[in-house]
Design a protein around this ligand. Structure first.
Ligand code: ADP
Length: 702
């Protein structure tokens, strides 16, 4: 910018300088041409009448008069002659002077300002002519007081000057033409005194200081009037730097003129023409104004360009900053998005957003996992949603309508959903309004908590509590009585059978067989008594009845007691698969046999009710052992265990038989568990059921 301003200043200065120079050159040319013309005119006027005195001096009448100045007739003739020639030539005055300087005849002899009898002896033109030279002199007339150019010629007779003829020429007409010019024109004599000019106050002033001798000469000659005294012109002349001509400065007026001098050496004069410097100053000012305008435009242009550049740069900077901010914002958004995504993915709670019509617009990963559908399958769907539980459709519709009506309970609502794999999913839905960035309500956001495990645990707990309550109630009403009745039922039934057999054998007189029957009968009776005692002790939790006993032996004993006979009665084959050697366990022997007997009878009953061909009916008793446990499996080909039965087998009073009590398996499990073992039921490969007793094995035999 500084460069532009500098350039503008240079332009203004340069233009001013150029305009000044140009105007000066023009002015100078004009002055020079005009000077030549004016000099020619001046010279013309000055020399036009110089022939007149010479011509008149040749006239014999004039010489005659000079010889006889007192002769009136000669004077009259000379006056008439001079008057005629003067009038004819157009000069001012033509007159004859004798050697004393006295005018003897003149063309203006008859005017009040007649030169006749006037003495011009002190005039230089007279002196020059007296010396035989033509004279020329400019001065103020002694008689008229009017300035004029005086030219003279000697009247020579026989080589002797006898008088002088002079002519006065009025210069005013040329001064009048100068008055037409705009600027001052003046003429100085050889002493530098202004004697002709268009500026009246400058007349007869000196342009340079005069030596005293010259002052005296001028005063003696009365060249510029009798009262003339040297006075300087009211201006100063300055030499122009390396330029032709001079400059005239008029102090106090502010005027300056360019001055051109044309010398007229033959006349001893110098013609000076001037031109007002104002035109130069004006030209300079105009150039300055124009250049300033141009410079102003240049500076404005530069300013505009600079502003535009600055604005462009600012725009560029702003764009870069904007891009930077967008980049930062995008990064921050990506960060926030990634953060939100990982937060959502880590959530165990399902999230589901719906619009005001109930269309799903968003689900998170947990929600998808919970119902087994991909987000793409759920987003966009309207109720009914694929995960609604088919058994709860009314409830789902009702809930959905409630939520969309804005009446969802803040406490949440329990809902059963159906997973894609068919399993039930128990959930809690908590729904709130979904608000967008402008505060507009645009839908509903639900968080979904999977409470299936909790629900199941609750159900189990409830079942257990119900069962416990039931068992406790049974115990209070006399569980012992029922148990005893059940356990005694078998030996008592055997007693009845043996008694009936004994009666029949006694009637037939078969005493030997009768004896065997009675022995078996008393064994059953003892057994019944034993059962009562042992159950009572067990109920009272008397563990001292436990003793090391062989599991294989318990199987044999049970078969002998009742099982083999019952199997035969049912047409069922009994097969034994017993492990090698005795399998010692720490158990209550009678109760252990009771358990084996009970399991065996259940197996027979199951095969009896089952529709499988009797040929396939078989009761298999198998014992196995490892280092720590001995186990007995009772296997049948009955109907097996349906899931709903398997679940409840060991519940007290659970029975599928019309005459059943539902206590057998329950008591068996209690007995086995009291011995530190476990009783398990399963379906058998190829059909039927398998019940397994597993007891800790005694490492060393008793
Ligand atoms: P109950 O004396 O009433 O038969 P249990 O406790 O002995 O009582 O048996 C309960 C139920 O278990 C029976 O009603 C029967 O439905 C089922 N059950 C027992 N053993 C078997 C088996 N071997 N095969 C199939 N079902 C069985």
């Amino acid at each position: 910018m500084a460069a532009v301003v500098g350039l503008a200043v240079l332009l203004v200065l340069g233009a001013g300088e150029w305009a000044t120079r140009n105007e000066l050159d023009n002015q100078w040319d004009n002055l020079r041409r005009s000077g030549e013309v004016q000099a020619l005119a001046l010279r013309g006027v000055a020399t036009r009448y110089s022939y007149l005195p010479f011509t008149a001096a040749q006239q014999p009448l004039i010489a005659e008069l000079l010889h006889h100045p007192g002769a009136q007739s000669l004077r009259n003739a000379a006056n008439a002659y001079l008057q005629a020639i003067n009038a004819n030539a157009g000069s001012d005055t033509l007159y004859v002077i004798n050697t004393d300087g006295l005018t003897v005849a003149s063309s203006n002899w008859d005017t009040p300002t007649s030169f006749v009898n006037q003495n011009y002896g002190n005039r230089p033109y007279f002196r020059d002519a007296l010396q035989g030279q033509p004279g020329r002199f400019y001065g103020v007339g002694k008689t008229t007081g009017e300035p004029g150019l005086f030219a003279s010629a000697p009247v020579v007779e026989n080589g002797r000057v006898i008088g002088v003829v002079a002519v006065k020429v009025w210069m005013q007409p040329i001064v009048d033409t100068w008055a037409q010019l705009r600027d001052p024109v003046f003429v100085t004599d050889e002493r530098g005194i202004v004697f002709l000019g268009s500026v009246f106050p400058w007349l007869y002033k000196t342009t340079r200081s005069l030596p005293e001798q010259d002052v005296q000469q001028v005063q003696f000659d009365e060249q510029y009037g009798a009262r003339w005294a040297p006075q300087p012109v009211p201006w100063k002349t300055l030499q122009r730097d390396s330029q032709p001509g001079t400059e005239i400065v008029v102090p106090g007026t502010g005027k300056r003129y360019l001055a051109f001098e044309e010398r007229l050496p033959d006349l001893g004069w110098t013609l000076t023409l001037t031109a007002d410097s104002k035109a130069i100053a004006l030209a300079r000012q105009q150039a300055w104004a124009l250049a300033s305008l141009a410079s102003g435009l240049l500076v404005l242009g530069a300013l505009y360009w600079q502003l535009r550049e600055r604005r462009l740069a600012e725009n560029r900077q702003a764009r870069i900053e904007l891009e930077q901010r967008v980049h930062e914002r995008t990064y921050a958004l990506q960060q926030a998005q990634a953060f939100r995504q990982s937060m959502e993915d880590s959530l165990l709670v399902g999230m589901r957003a719906r619009d005001l019509e109930g269309r799903i617009v968003y689900v998170n990963a947990a929600m998808c996992d919970m119902v087994g559908y991909a987000a793409s399958e759920l987003i966009g769907s309207l109720p009914p949603y694929p995960y609604w539980h088919p058994d709860d459709l009314d409830r789902h519709w009702n809930d959905s309508d409630t939520v969309l009506a804005g009446k969802a309970s803040p406490q949440g609502r329990e809902n059963r959903l159906r997973h894609r794999n068919g399993s039930d999913v128990h959930t809690m839905f908590y729904t709130t309004r979904l608000i967008d960035g402008n505060g507009q309500h645009i839908g509903w956001m639900s968080s979904v908590v999977d409470i299936t495990a909790q629900k199941r645990a609750e159900e189990q707990q409830q079942q257990r509590e119900a069962q416990l309550q039931r068992v406790q109630r049974v115990i209070t009403v006399g569980e012992m009585a029922s148990t005893l009745a059940h356990e005694l039922n078998q030996p008592l039934a055997a007693l009845v059978n043996y008694a009936a057999a004994a009666r029949s054998l006694a009637a037939q007189g078969k005493t030997e067989l009768l004896h065997d029957s009675l022995t078996a009968l008393s064994a059953q009776a003892l057994r019944a008594a034993d059962i009562v005692g042992r159950i009572r002790r067990w109920v009272r939790q008397h563990p001292e009845a436990r003793e090391p006993c062989d599991l294989n032996a318990a199987v044999d004993q049970s078969l002998d007691l009742l099982l083999r006979a019952e199997a035969r009665r049912h047409g069922v084959a009994v097969r034994l698969d017993l492990a090698q050697g005795p399998l010692h366990v720490n158990a209550d022997r009678v109760l252990l046999e009771q358990v084996v007997l009970n399991l065996g009878l259940n197996a027979l009953q199951a095969m009896q009710t089952h529709a499988t061909p009797p040929t396939e009916h078989e009761l298999l008793l198998r014992t196995t052992a490892d280092a720590r446990f001995a186990s007995l499996e009772v296997l049948d080909r009955g109907p097996g265990l349906a899931p709903e039965i398997a679940e409840r087998l060991f519940e007290p009073f659970f029975t599928t038989r019309s005459d059943g009590l539902g206590l057998g398996l329950n008591i068996c499990r209690s007995i086995v568990e009291s011995m530190g073992g476990e009783l398990r039921a399963n379906n058998r490969d190829g059909g039927g059921a398998v019940f397994e007793i597993r007891l800790p094995r005694l490492s060393s035999p008793p």
